[in-house]
Unconditional design. Structure first.
Length: 473
C-alpha cells in the first residue's frame, strides 16, 4: 500500500510538494509524538505538523471534544458568525495574550493559514497609519502569498514577484553564528536597532516612517535563529517612540513552543499586532491576528475569507491553549529543549559537522557545516547542504521525522510536540547519533564538494528552488 500511495501522489499532485518529497512516509496512525507508517514502522515525530501539534497527535482531550462537537449537531462552518465554541476560544485566547493585549485586544480571524494572517496584519497597519512601507529582516519567513513573501528573506520566496504596492526595507537580523556585522549577536542587535532608528528619523535615508516593522523573535524556517532580548526591546522602544506598529509573527513560536507562551514575553515585549496560527488551532486550520484596539480602523469586509469560522478548530484550539497554560507545558518545553540541546552539544564535541547548536524551548536547530571547508569572515566553516540532506535521510531510516531550514537548507530542525517525554528526548538523541554515523559513512569527510555554499538545488535529489519549511500555504 505504501508504494502505491506514494506513486499515485507523485503522479497526481503538483511539483510544489515539499515534505512529501523528502519524507516518503505514509502515516496511518499517530499518538503523542509517535507516528506509525503504512509499512508498520514507527517514527518519533520531531516535525509535529511544522509546529502545529503542541499537544502531539490525537491528544485524548482534543479528540473527545471534537467527537462531542460532531455529535452535538453544532454548526461546523459559520463564516464569521459567533458560536458558543468560537466565544469560548476567543475568551481563552484573550486571557493568554501577552502584556496589555490580554486586556482589550481586538481579534480578527483570517483564512486558515499563517500567511493570510500576515497579509491581514500588513493591510491593517497600512490602513491604520496611511503609510505603505514595511521594514523586515534578513532570513525572515512570513508565508507564501505575495505580501507575506515580499517581507520574507529567501530569494526563492520572492521569485514569483513581490507585491509591487508594498515597498520593503530589509535590515540585518542579529544572527550570531554568521553575524552580518562580524561582531556577535548582542552587538549586532544593537547595530541593527540603531540602523532602524536612523532609517526612520533621517530625512535623507530614503526610507521614512514605515507602516510597520515585522519580525520573528525566533526565525524558524530561517534556521532557528533567536534574536537577542535587548535587540527586541530596543526595536519595541523605537517603534513605540515613532508610532510605527510592531508586528510580531508568532505563527511557529506561539503557544509554548519557545519556553514562554509567546516568544516575545521572554523580553517583556508586547507587539501592536500579534500574528498566530499553527498551534493556536490545536492542529486544525486556524489563523488570526490580535491587535491594539486603536488600530481597529478598517471597514467591514476589509479582510475577509470563507474559512474563518471553523468550529472544530476553535474547539481544538481552546483546549490546546488551556492545556498548555494550565499544565505548564511552556516551562516543560524549556526543560526538555535544554535536555535535547545538552545532548546535541555533547554530540558536537565529537562531530565537527555540528557547527552550531541553538534554540529556545522545543525549537532547536543544528547548523551543519563542512569542517574542512574555508571559514567565512566570522570564522565559521561553510554550510554543508549535501551532508544535511544525507543526514535527514539517515534520520528517517533511524525512525526520526524532521526537516531542514536556514541558509542553503543546512540547519537540522527539531520541532517535537510539547508533550515529548524525557525518555523520548533521549531516544531522539540516540537515533540521531546512529543517523550521523550512517550519513558520514555515505559521505566521508574530505569528499564533499566545495563546502556547500550553494542552494539546496545543487544537492542531488533536492527539488529546484525547494523551500523546506512552508506550512502557510
Amino acid at each position: 500500500m505504501r508504494a502505491e500511495l506514494l506513486h499515485r501522489q507523485a503522479r497526481r499532485e503538483s511539483a510544489a510538494r515539499t515534505y512529501a518529497r523528502t519524507l516518503p512516509v505514509v502515516p496511518v496512525t499517530a499518538a503523542g509524538a509517535v507516528v506509525t507508517g503504512a509499512d508498520g514502522r514507527t517514527y518519533l515525530d520531531c516535525l509535529s505538523g511544522a509546529g502545529s501539534l503542541a499537544l502531539g497527535h490525537n491528544h485524548p482531550e482534543v479528540v473527545a471534544a471534537l467527537k462531542a462537537t460532531l455529535d452535538s449537531g453544532a454548526l461546523l462552518h459559520g463564516l464569521d458568525l459567533i458560536t458558543p465554541q468560537k466565544d469560548a476560544f476567543t475568551t481563552e485566547l484573550l486571557a493568554r495574550l501577552p502584556g496589555e493585549l490580554c486586556q482589550d485586544a481586538r481579534v480578527h480571524f483570517c483564512g486558515p493559514a499563517g500567511t493570510d494572517a500576515v497579509e491581514a496584519a500588513l493591510k491593517l497597519a497600512r490602513e491604520a497609519t496611511g503609510r505603505r512601507g514595511v521594514v523586515a529582516f534578513t532570513g525572515a519567513y512570513h508565508g507564501m502569498t505575495l505580501g507575506a513573501a515580499s517581507v520574507s528573506g529567501p530569494e526563492g520566496l520572492r521569485s514569483g514577484g513581490p507585491a509591487e504596492a508594498q515597498p520593503v526595507t530589509r535590515l540585518p537580523f542579529p544572527y550570531g553564528y554568521r553575524c552580518p556585522f562580524g561582531v556577535g549577536e548582542e552587538r549586532a542587535g544593537e547595530l541593527s536597532a540603531r540602523l532602524l532608528e536612523s532609517l526612520i528619523t533621517d530625512p535623507c535615508s530614503g526610507v521614512g516612517r514605515p507602516a510597520a516593522v515585522i519580525l520573528e523573535v525566533v526565525q524558524g524556517e530561517g534556521g532557528v535563529v533567536a534574536g537577542p532580548d535587548g535587540w527586541l526591546r530596543e526595536v519595541r522602544r523605537i517603534t513605540a517612540r515613532h508610532e510605527v506598529p510592531l508586528i510580531v509573527d508568532e505563527v511557529q513560536t506561539g503557544v509554548g513552543r519557545t519556553g514562554h507562551f509567546w516568544a516575545c514575553e521572554r523580553a517583556g515585549v508586547t507587539p501592536d499586532i500579534l500574528v498566530a496560527a499553527k498551534a493556536v488551532g490545536g492542529g486544525l486550520p486556524l489563523a488570526l491576528i490580535a491587535y491594539r484596539p486603536e488600530l481597529d480602523v478598517w471597514a467591514p469586509g476589509a479582510h475577509t475569507g470563507t474559512f474563518r469560522g471553523n468550529t472544530l478548530a476553535m474547539v481544538a484550539g481552546e483546549i490546546t491553549l488551556r492545556t498548555v497554560a494550565e499544565q505548564g507545558l511552556a516551562g516543560r518545553a524549556a526543560e526538555v529543549g535544554e535536555r535535547l540541546r545538552r545532548g546535541l552539544r555533547e554530540l558536537a564535541a565529537e562531530w565537527p559537522e555540528f557547527g552550531d547548536v541553538r534554540g529556545r524551548g522545543l525549537m532547536t536547530g543544528v547548523e551543519l557545516v563542512d569542517p574542512d571547508g574555508p571559514a567565512d569572515r566570522t570564522g565559521s566553516p561553510p554550510a554543508d547542504p549535501r551532508f544535511a540532506h544525507a543526514l535527514r535521510a539517515a534520520c528517517l531510516d533511524h525512525g526520526l521525522l524532521l526537516e531542514l531550514g536556514g541558509r542553503a537548507d543546512s540547519v537540522l530542525r527539531l520541532l517535537p510536540p510539547l508533550i515529548l517525554g524525557d525518555g523520548e528526548a533521549d531516544s531522539v538523541l540516540e537515533r540521531l547519533a546512529g543517523a550521523l554515523r550512517a550519513a558520514r559513512a555515505g559521505i566521508p569527510r574530505g569528499t564533499r564538494s566545495g563546502g556547500g555554499r550553494g542552494s539546496a538545488a545543487t544537492v542531488p535529489g533536492a527539488p529546484a528552488g525547494a523551500v523546506s519549511g512552508g506550512g502557510r500555504a
